[in-house]
Ligand binder design. Structure first.
Ligand SMILES: Cc1cc2nc3c(=O)[nH]c(=O)nc-3n(C[C@H](O)[C@H](O)[C@H](O)COP(=O)(O)OP(=O)(O)OC[C@H]3O[C@@H](n4cnc5c(N)ncnc54)[C@H](O)[C@@H]3O)c2cc1C
Ligand SMILES: *[C@@H]1O[C@H](CO)[C@@H](O)[C@H](O)[C@H]1NC(C)=O
Ligand SMILES: *[C@@H]1O[C@H](CO)[C@@H](O)[C@H](O)[C@H]1NC(C)=O
Ligand SMILES: *[C@@H]1O[C@H](CO)[C@@H](O)[C@H](O)[C@H]1NC(C)=O
Ligand SMILES: CC(=O)N[C@H]1CO[C@H](CO)[C@@H](O)[C@@H]1O
Length: 436
């Protein structure tokens, strides 16, 4: 080796530190292990004392389901999913439940190995990912490890992560999947991008036993959304149809929020939900009455678009919500974190095929492939929330019935680009464009 040249990276000695053990971080670990089987030094550092987490229903579109299949976890995830009966969402009128449009889940034919859209309880899904990693020993899983700062080591070869407990560890690559409040993003992104951004909506969240509402359920699917001015009400089944996930959205100005913090664990009395949705369709009333006495109350935030995900010469990279936190109105946050993991796996595989070009080149390939699509999802998720509640210029001057027609036209094919997308072709095209 010539003096000053860097040693050529090899998977046997390469170390990866993943910060955050949510869906994004665990999917990253699975993807790296799937794409480069000789990569054995992968560690996930989670700040919480355990991987069991709170959270409620999460949707995973067919394209992300296909990725889970490649990692070998689809069957286990499918087994804990609710059954939407092929329907992503049936959009209905707030007042009488009449159908506006039904959006297909674009499920594949399952008899010959196809996949379907999954609706899972976040905690149960994390358990599936966690167990699979444990079972296959493809990565080490650490807890009580809150990353506070990353620095470059003296020789410039590695990134050193400092944890809140005073310990530190060096890695060749740090993938930060530390969520919407990402410490790593705060450290590296400059300018005014320090805080999550309030979306103008709060939501109430409940989980009810299906037995409380399934009798006389009037629709073909439990995946239903009632739309009204300034409010919308969403339900979908999780946990093999045993639980109905309920999310009731209400537009509120920042001034009306009072002391409400952004937290997955704040609550409000059910009477608040009853008051917000009084006069709505009878099925909505029935669901509200079955909610727990203190449903969750969630302040909906996302992040501004961030145009750089790769730092420290390619040694620090953002993924999942840390890179592109989005509103839940298209149910794509988890799916995009899973897509990140897939493209990262492809990029690392390509890096080891030609390591002399350097890690940064391939981390930029990851960013270039994923960033446009993820940012499009951030923006369209914002728009979807407005369209559900008939807000925005396209509704100006229209009466209610005309507004329903606008929603029908907008949602008919709205999700096709999210679910019908070929990520590998995307990756290959970016690779060709960058001359790699
Ligand atoms: C508690 C919780 C509940 C949620 N519930 C829902 C829900 O009901 N419905 C929904 O649509 N979405 C929910 N989400 C968001 C959803 O999980 C994400 O949008 C999506 O899955 C992308 O995940 P992610 O892994 O990028 O981020 P997250 O899911 O936010 O995971 C980030 C992980 O990083 C850990 N972490 C944070 N900071 C550090 C640090 N400094 N060092 C080490 N680890 C750190 C966190 O503890 C967490 O485990 C929830 C997120 C959380 C954290
Ligand atoms: C992990 O292994 C256990 C014990 O063999 C098994 O019961 C479980 O289903 C496995 N989980 C996954 C997600 O593969
Ligand atoms: C779940 O509910 C749907 C209706 O949304 C029904 O079609 C389906 O058969 C149910 N599936 C199971 C596994 O109970
Ligand atoms: C992407 O490129 C790889 C080889 O570089 C090839 O094996 C694969 O089939 C391509 N995939 C698509 C979808 O074009
Ligand atoms: C990674 C992955 O599975 N991508 C798929 C997304 O959807 C398109 C279109 O259906 C498939 O061709 C891709 O293979």
């Amino acid at each position: 080796m010539a003096i000053g040249s860097r040693p050529v990276a090899s998977p046997d000695t390469f170390s990866v530190a993943i910060l955050g053990g949510g869906i994004g971080g665990l999917a990253m670990a699975l993807s790296l292990a799937t794409h480069v089987t000789s990569l054995r030094n992968i560690t996930v550092y989670e700040q919480a004392p355990a991987y069991k987490e709170i959270g409620a229903g999460i949707g995973i579109g067919v394209n992300a389901s296909r990725i889970l299949k490649r990692y070998g976890v689809y069957d286990a995830a499918n087994a804990i999913s609710g059954d939407r009966n092929g329907i992503h969402r049936s959009l209905r009128r707030w007042d009488n439940g009449d159908e506006i449009v039904s959006v297909s889940a674009m499920d594949e034919e399952t008899s010959n190995g196809g996949v379907r859209q999954l609706s899972v309880h976040r905690a149960e899904f994390l358990e599936v990912l966690y167990e699979h990693i444990k079972n296959t020993t493809c990565a080490k899983l650490e807890t009580d490890k809150k990353a506070v700062e990353i620095v470059e080591d003296q020789k410039g070869g590695k990134a050193v992560i400092h944890f809140a407990d005073g310990t530190h560890v060096a890695a060749d690559l740090v993938i930060a999947c530390d969520g919407i409040h990402s410490n790593v993003r705060r450290q590296f992104s400059k300018g005014n991008d320090l805080m999550p951004r309030y979306s103008g909506r709060v939501c109430y969240r409940g989980l009810l036993p299906m037995s409380a509402v399934e009798e006389d359920w009037p629709y073909d699917s439990f995946a239903v959304s009632w739309l009204g001015p300034s409010r919308h009400f969403l339900v979908f089944p999780i946990s093999q149809n045993k639980t109905l996930n309920v999310v009731a959205f209400v537009s509120k100005s920042e001034a009306e929020l009072g002391a409400l913090k952004e937290s997955w664990s704040s609550t409000a009395p059910r009477s608040e939900v009853e008051a917000e949705f009084s006069g709505w369709d009878e099925t909505v009333q029935k669901v509200v009455r079955a909610m727990e006495p203190w449903p969750g109350k969630w302040k909906l935030n996302d992040r501004e678009l961030l145009d750089q995900w790769v730092y420290l010469g390619g040694k620090v990279v953002l993924g999942g919500d840390a890179a592109h936190a989005m509103l839940p109105h298209q149910g794509s946050g988890a799916g995009h974190a899973i897509e990140d993991s897939f493209v990262m796996g492809q990029a690392i595989k390509a890096f080891f095929e030609n390591p002399s070009l350097g890690l940064e080149t391939y981390m930029k390939l990851y960013q270039e492939t994923r960033l446009p699509r993820a940012q499009r999802a951030q923006l369209t998720s914002r728009q979807a929330g407005d369209v559900y509640e008939m807000q925005g210029p396209e509704f100006a001057g229209l009466v209610f019935e005309q507004r329903l027609q606008v929603i029908h036209d907008k949602f008919k094919d709205r999700m096709t680009w999210v679910w019908g997308h070929d990520l590998e072709a995307d990756f290959n095209a970016t690779r060709t464009r960058l001359g790699l």
